[in-house]
Write a protein that binds this ligand. Structure first.
Ligand code: PEP
Ligand code: MG
Length: 315
């Protein structure tokens, strides 16, 4: 919620600083896309969360499908997504497929059928849900296909909460079945579980992805066994914990070997100190909240300059 409020804030028009590491923006409200694109001049959208847009529909995605109204659902997705890909065209917009924990969608029409889980964060969400409730995933693919057919090849597909090679393979298969030209667009995963970080080489080799993006909000909670929403353990929630940093460093190294782009879209990307760590590790892009883009860009430029000077001094 905090991030969403920040999206609505007026941000200063950014004088462009050129950086080698791209600085992108996170978005969840399609209606502010144009304003955010202009005011931040970000290098693209590193995370477009579609949950906010879907919650705004009031009716649960699975209810649309049960009611035989999949086309109406696709139309809504298409309209919202188009606002974002159009506002940023030709810069890349990575659309994350639905990542709805059961507790968050319960208040929607049809949401009463959401399973009751004792720990929704370890439950039915992310890619595991997208593949079980395949029709809503297919609806997203159909909306994205329409955008590509209109020429918006700046769209990318990003899978949340990946833990297994098979999940990525199956998602790719469905995307193909729905006519997505995977050779024309970005297709990648969020690295937000220790499992995905540790098997990243297998995922790259067996599935062929073009990018990864670190979801440090979840990666931190799952690595440290600290519920990100539990105030009693908030003091233990530390994105800079060596275990989290080691996982990130490992993934960046492997991705570099295979030419896979690396990015971050978790909250840590908006923290200038964290941005410095990532630039030093060689990350390709950082996606920050709209109000943090300019600050992150300045930090990135400063660190890059420092790195070049260090290199020259060591010649
Ligand atoms: C993350 O986990 O870092 C992330 C960006 O996803 P979300 O916060 O939506 O779970
Ligand atoms: Mg996440």
């Amino acid at each position: 919620l905090k991030e969403k409020k920040e999206e609505k804030k007026v941000v200063a028009v950014a004088p462009q600083i050129i950086t080698a590491t791209e600085v992108k923006v996170n978005l969840s409200i399609p209606d502010v896309a144009e304003k955010v694109a202009k005011e931040t001049n970000a290098d693209g959208v590193g995370l477009f969360r579609i949950e906010h847009m879907i919650l705004g529909l009031k009716k649960h995605p699975m209810k649309y499908i049960k009611d035989g109204e999949i086309d109406a659902y696709i139309e809504e997705l298409y309209k919202g997504m188009k606002k974002v890909v159009k506002a940023f065209y030709p810069k890349p917009v990575w659309i994350r497929t639905l990542d709805a924990p059961t507790d968050e969608f319960r208040s929607m029409e049809g949401g009463e059928e959401e399973p009751i889980e004792s720990n929704p964060m370890l439950g039915f969400r992310g890619i595991r849900r997208d593949l079980k409730e395949e029709m809503h995933f297919r609806a997203e693919m159909r909306a994205i296909k329409r955008l590509i057919d209109e020429g918006y090849t700046n769209v990318g597909i990003m899978l949340p909460l990946v833990t297994r090679v098979e999940e990525v393979k199956r998602a790719k298969e469905i995307a193909k079945e729905e006519g997505i030209p995977l050779d024309k667009i970005d297709f990648g995963i969020m690295v937000e579980t220790p499992a995905s970080a540790l098997i990243i080489e297998d995922i790259i080799k067996e599935c062929g992805i073009t990018f990864v993006s670190f979801g440090t909000n979840d990666l931190t909670q799952y690595t440290l066994a600290v519920d990100r929403n539990n105030e009693h353990v908030a003091y233990l929630y530390d994105e800079k914990h060596p275990a989290v940093l080691k996982l990130i460093e490992h993934v960046i190294k492997v991705c570099k070997n295979y030419g896979v782009k690396t990015s971050i879209c978790g909250q840590a990307g908006s923290d200038p100190k964290f941005a410095e760590i990532l630039v030093r590790m060689g990350i390709d892009s950082i996606s920050a909240n709209p109000d943090a883009v300019q600050k992150v860009r300045e930090v990135v430029a400063r660190i890059e300059k420092k790195l070049i000077l260090e290199k020259i001094r060591n010649l």
